[in-house]
Design a protein around this ligand. Sequence first.
Ligand code: AMP
Ligand code: MG
Length: 270
Amino acid sequence: MSKLTDLVIVKPGSKLKLSSIDPDSDGGIKGKDAAAIKLQKNLDRLAVLQHLLYAENQRGVLIVLQGIDAGGKDGTIRNVMTGLNPQGCRVVSFKVPSELEKRHDYLWRVHKETPQTGEMVIFNRSHYEDVLVVRVHKLVPKQVWSRRYRAINDFERMLSDNGVKILKFFLYISKDEQKKRFEERIENPEKNWKFSQGDVEERKYWDDYAAAFEDAINTCSTSYAPWHVIPANRKWFRNLAVSSVIVEAMEEMKMHYPKPIADLSKIQFE
Ligand code: AMP
Ligand code: MG
């Protein structure tokens, strides 16, 4: 495991406290310029690995992005997934469940969107909302949400057993950084659309969200679907850390191009 992955991965059975993590951390990487070179290398490699995944067509990759509002989920997708071939890659955003979705169990809408063989899927929010926002706002009783961790672990294990590589990321920013980002959304006309009154309300529940994230991360970081807590105040570190973890995990999949279906040396054209 690389130093960077070791720094951000949550080992199964951990009792992680977010307060022990510095969202300002740069992982000891000396500055933005050095990180930009490393990021570009990762993106180049990621493009090759995605091509292998697509060609092999045996397994899938699922990337789960979670974070508090303004945590940088959209920016991570823009900066880290930029080199991927749209054929073989999909982003799925999970919003407040529709009327139809509400009539099903909470994993119904999620399972439908999991990767096919050869595909990379990025979840912008996910089934974890059902133990995060749902818990914080008491949308269902504790008795209901508290059982979900086990179901989520079982669900992810089943996906993993069926060839889906799952990597989960919690983008961790400080409360001050969130304020700065909200202020920017208010000041910059091009970012106004990203700000909602709901963001002001949600910020009041900061501590409740932190507790809910800690429980989800500690209970659901497994060998087959690990959580990574990414210090995300510095966007360049966030992008580098997320891309490094994905590249490393996909290298470990030891993918191969399929063998040619015919003896190519014997093929002749008219
Ligand atoms: P955004 O990602 O800013 O477009 O906002 C999507 C909103 O949908 C967030 O406020 C989420 O908390 C909310 N959301 C996503 N999934 C669920 C869920 N299962 N139950 C309730 N709210 C959800
Ligand atoms: Mg939002």
